[in-house]
Structure formats: structure tokens, C-alpha cells
Design a protein around this ligand. Sequence first.
Ligand code: PEP
Ligand code: MN
Length: 346
Amino acid sequence: MLVVMHKNASPDEVAKVCALIKEMGLTAHSIPGALRVAIGITGNKEMVDTNRIASMNGVLDIIHVTQPYKLTNREMKAEDTVVSIKEARFGGGNLTVIAGPCAVENEEPYMDVARSVKKYGASMLRGGAFKPRTSPYTFQGLGEEGLKIMAKARAETGLPIVSEAVDTDTFDIVEEYVDMIQIGARNMQNYSLLRRAGRSKKPVLLKRGMSSTIKEFLLAAEYIMSEGNYHIVLCERGIRTFSDYTRFTLDISSIPELKKLTHLPVIADPSHASGKRDMVIPLSRASIAAGADGLIVEVHTDPEQALSDGAQSLTVPMFERMMQEITFITQTIKEHNGKIDKGGDR
Ligand code: PEP
Ligand code: MN
């Protein structure tokens, strides 16, 4: 349920409505908008006495949100949520790219790749320190040592860092070092981990489960939001299909669908989706053209020697080319839309 406040409702009126909602045993989520404040209500198992709320000063309307995902729903908040991490901005028309190797392997190569991706326009650094590997016998990541290397790269480049928390045991240590916590595809329905991320003050990068529907994906984000963390970036990273020429199938159509259903920013991961380096640039172009707010891509200075996901990692020159191409696509679309808005050429 959503309580829409009058555009000139005072902060005191908003606070009083929130207090009444709490008194009724429910949770109030105040959602400031460009024009007015809305208050999301969650936690209702039975019918809510909306008359009491409707009669409060400053209340304009009460809307029933029909979908099971409430706080993530565009019906709750019409404008795009912009997730800000230092200088990086996800959503609201920005093109934001996260880049770096699959896993942090050694300090010098990590510093090298960090400098290079910064030079060519990355807004954030990625790197796995705790890796969710399919086989228990492959490289599992450097753990805290890896996070320390990432923190060094942040100190030198100024770029914020994102790394995955694979379980609740290691969540605290990841949270301590990073600027954004990644919840991976294999954990998208790990509800205790989602709740823990919801209690964090750090933004969350939530990847779509490889067999998850859009509804399940949005409900996973809802778990995080329902605990009070509203800073979430969604990531389409490919789903399992019968197609056997790529690692997963990048579900391009999920991008416009998600942009329609939710106010949260949506980025794409063409690296894990394809598993193939030569497909990453074309799929990046497609994702941006389809409306993604950005990308997360794997980049390695020497992909042949990478300890994980070398086959899908871009070389630095490829990353440079990808950045030029997606910047060109974004600018072309913006210029075209600008002309249409001004009633120019069509
Ligand atoms: C990753 O980004 O390092 C990763 C393991 O991705 P996913 O969870 O999408 O497989
Ligand atoms: Mn990887």
C-alpha cells in the first residue's frame, strides 16, 4: 500500500502519518520524490484500516499496490532511483561501468588493471575475494588479502570497489572493506543473506539468479528493501536456456521489462552471460541500446593466465573499444531524443 502525500505536506505531517502506521503494527517507508513524499506500507497480513490514515492531515491518496513486490515497484516511486557511490551514479540517465578481473589474484596485476580501466572510463572496480566456484577444487579467492588489495587500488585510483559476499559468515568482513556489496546469481534466493544485506548501510549489487523469473528477482530485491536498505542496483547476468553455444543466455528483454516494473537501476553483465570474450562488446552494445543503466565487465591484463573466467575477460584494448562504442550509443540516443523533445527532425 502507498500513501501519497500532498505536494505541500509538511515534514511534521509526514512524520505523524509514519507514526500512525507504526502504531498500527506496520512498517512505514518514507519515499521522497521530486514533487511529493510517498509512504510505502509493508508488513500488513490483514486488511489495513485505511480510513484512519486517509483522514490525517497532508494525505492526498492511498494506492493499493497489486504486485507482491511493493517497495521495488514503480507504482511506489515513479522516478528512477539513483544509487550514488562516491562519484559513481547508477540510474537517472547515467552510463556507469564497473570493470576489473573476475578474481583478485595478485597485487601488481590488480593495480595495473585498475589503472587501465580508470583511464578508459570505468566508474567502479570489481574483483572477487571470496569466489563462488562451481568446483571446490578451483581457485576460491584470496579472502581478506584480496579485499586489502582492492582497497589499495581504491586509494590510488579513487574508484569505489565492489566485491561479492558469498555467505553470512564472511559478510561482515566484505562489508568492512567495500563500497558496494555484490550478491551473486547463486545466492539470489539466499534469504538470510538478502536480509543481512538489507541491514547493511552499503549499497547492494544484486545479480539475477540463473533460473529466476523477473518476479523472483524483484522479490529478492524486496527482501533487501524490506529491511531498510534502498540502495540496490539490479544486474541481468544471463539465464539458463537450451542454447548451448554460450555459458548462459543474456536476457536482453529483461532490461526494458525491469526498467518498466521497477525504479531501481538495471545494469547488464555480458561477461558471465556469454562466457566468451568476443561476444562481450556486441552484447554490451545491445544492453546499452536496450536501456541498461550500465555494465559490469571482466577485464584482465593477461586473460590467458587468469585463475578464473579468463575466456570471458576482455583485454585492456578491448575494454577501451567497448567504452568508446557504448559512449557513442548513449550519446546518439540522447541527441536523438533531445531533437524529438524539441520537435526537431523525426
Ligand atoms: C561474479 O560477478 O563474479 C559472479 C560470480 O557472477 P554471477 O554471480 O553472476 O555468476
Ligand atoms: Mn567471473
